[in-house]
Design a protein around this ligand. Structure first.
Ligand code: ADP
Length: 191
């Protein structure tokens, strides 16, 4: 089973993806994590990506589609969880093509619904906690980049909700509850 986790920054996609990995042996494909790895690798591509991400802008479709293309050919385990991808309609179309080429299907798109106030609090809280614990704070977890990430989400990613609804693949889940409540709801929907 291959699924997409869709939702704004701070909605809990990464947390829920981790739970699905543990419970179902699925494989998490987080483009955010892949891009942070590319950034840390110090390559030319990594340098460009670092600046774009720190601003809260989206990296080009070409780069992220390339990253996903590589991974999708590999071990599938209990299925892929696409976390933070697709984020644009072009990425969604590319994913459909890649799955078709590799003889795979997209089985569900789980939208995590949360309100913006909560997002800002979660992300600013996450940055403060990390800082207090002496851990590295993500370069884009500050208020200015966060505003830009939200803007990018509403301009470019939120149309995917209608896109997958029209394809009959959308399932919405209330992302405001406790972590295990949300994961319980996701479990119920995935069966
Ligand atoms: P969050 O959803 O919490 O903002 P992510 O780790 O998913 O965090 O993404 C962090 C950043 O990585 C994004 O703001 C963007 O710059 C870049 N990024 C991640 N996935 C994509 C994607 N599919 N397309 C374009 N840019 C992406």
């Amino acid at each position: 089973m291959n699924i997409i986790l869709l939702g704004p920054p701070g909605a809990g996609k990464g947390t829920q993806a981790q739970i699905l990995v543990e419970k179902r042996g699925m494989i998490q494909l987080s483009t955010g994590d892949m891009l942070r790895e590319a950034k840390d690798s110090g390559t030319e591509m990594g340098k460009v990506v670092a600046e774009v991400m720190a601003r809260g802008d989206l990296v080009t479709d070409e780069i992220v589609i390339g990253l996903i293309r590589e991974k999708i050919q590999g071990e599938n385990g209990g299925g892929f969880i696409f976390d933070g991808f697709p984020r644009t309609l072009a990425q969604a179309d590319a994913l459909a093509d890649l799955l078709e080429e590799t003889g795979q299907t997209l089985d569900a798109v789980i939208e995590l619904q949360v309100d913006d106030e909560v997002l800002v609090r979660r992300i600013v809280g996450r940055a403060e906690e990390a800082a207090a614990a002496g851990q590295p704070v993500r370069a884009d977890d500050n208020e200015e980049s966060l505003k830009q990430r939200l803007m990018e989400y509403y301009k470019k990613t939120s149309p995917l909700i209608g896109y997958y609804y029209a394809k009959g693949q959308l399932t919405s889940v209330d992302g405001l509850g406790a972590i295990d409540e949300v994961s319980g709801e996701i479990d119920g929907k995935l069966g």
